[in-house]
Design a protein around this ligand. Structure first.
Ligand SMILES: Cc1cc2nc3c(=O)[nH]c(=O)nc-3n(C[C@H](O)[C@H](O)[C@H](O)COP(=O)(O)O)c2cc1C
Length: 338
């Protein structure tokens, strides 16, 4: 079966800046994730500070599908970056037209570029001219009330060769909060039957997953914050009722391997600095006492991390098991449950 353009039912892991490096993706892949992306790579950095961006382009030999995502609005920078990317092998090259953060928007890139359709399409035409890669784009809706500008952007991208377009159903000003405009995503899908439209926004569990698929009609869905610290979401959505959440031991093992791999890649001190935010995500909503979670912010060495993991099981709240099922659940060990 061809992996691209994504088949019906494909679950994609979003590009997440500061997160979706190789160890992060490996943790997700252990939970069934097939479709993953690098973090967004800035065209200027790739063009002029290549060494610093290179670790972002690292691909594991075991990765079945990996997309690379480029962000930028300066045509000269984009041209050089596209040439650099031609030295690598990715399954798709994605253009970021959705990032709302000020650092990106003030350079006229990301979601800001997506609001200037002619300019966005001029940039994307460089992708078609120069890149050897298959192309896709990730956009935000341009206007929450009027579908016309989003449709114009998506159609323009499709005409220039985008074979898949991910639509995040929130406008730039909404950042990551608030309702997702399912109706506009649906209209984009209906207007472009030859392009795989991927729905994105607010999928944290089964209910929202069913809702976004039903309301948009999209077979492919991208997961972002819902899978942060919860890579098991891939398995949960794929397996439905057959899904068994991880036990505390399984959850600990995945974290240990994830952070261990980061230490191997970046070295102990830099890895532990990045690991803290990742560990906070893994702990969110899983019934651990706040005292143990507050220790995460002080972890600086592997020895401290190992000692911390030893202390974790005892810091789980007994009342957690009697609470009704929720997202990000853990499963009680069989022997203890009987
Ligand atoms: C920490 C963080 C980093 C992100 N980095 C990127 C990125 O590099 N490229 C991108 O296209 N979107 C990025 N996004 C946006 C997500 O891919 C996704 O579109 C957004 O979070 C909406 O989906 P959600 O509601 O399921 O989280 C980022 C989001 C977050 C929270």
């Amino acid at each position: 079966m061809s992996l691209f353009p994504y088949p019906e039912g494909a679950l994609l892991m979003a590009p997440l800046s500061g997160y979706t490096d190789l160890p992060y993706r490996r943790a997700a892949r252990k939970c069934g994730c097939v479709y993953a992306f690098t973090e967004m790579v800035d065209a200027a950095s790739l063009a002029y500070a290549r060494k610093r961006s290179e670790s972002m382009l690292l691909r594991g030999g075991d990765e079945p599908f990996l997309g690379v995502q480029l962000v930028g609005a300066n045509e000269e920078h984009l041209k050089i970056a596209l040439d650099v990317l031609n030295e690598y092998e990715f399954d798709v090259l994605d253009f970021n037209l959705g990032c709302p953060v000020p650092k990106v928007a003030k350079k006229g890139a990301g979601a800001e570029l997506g609001r200037h359709i002619d300019r966005a399409l001029a940039c994307f035409s460089l992708f078609r001219e120069r890149s050897k890669h298959v192309l896709s784009a990730k956009i935000r809706i341009v206007d929450a009330e009027d579908p016309a500008p989003t449709l114009a952007l998506a159609k323009g991208l499709a005409e220039l060769g985008a074979q898949a377009i991910t639509v995040h159903g929130r406008i730039k000003e909404a950042f990551y909060a608030g309702p997702v405009a399912y109706g506009i995503i649906r209209q984009v899908r209906e207007a472009l039957p030859g392009v795989r439209i991927v729905a994105n926004g607010g999928v944290t569990g089964r209910e929202k997953y069913d809702e976004i698929r039903r309301e948009t009609g999209c077979g492919a869905v991208m997961l972002a914050r819902g899978a942060m610290g919860n890579p098991w979401l891939f398995r949960e959505l794929a397996e439905g009722d057959a899904y068994r959440p991880p036990t505390i031991a399984e959850w600990l093992e995945l974290m240990r391997a994830h952070i261990g791999e980061m230490i191997g890649l970046y070295g102990e001190e830099p890895a532990m600095r990045i690991a803290r935010k990742i560990l906070h995500d893994y702990f969110r909503g899983r019934g651990f006492h706040s005292e143990i979670r507050s220790r995460i912010s002080f972890l600086g060495t592997k020895a401290e991390f190992d000692a911390f993991l030893e202390a974790v099981p005892a810091a789980h709240s007994e009342t957690y098991w009697s609470r009704p099922g929720a997202e990000r659940r853990l499963r009680r060990e069989e022997s203890a449950a009987e």
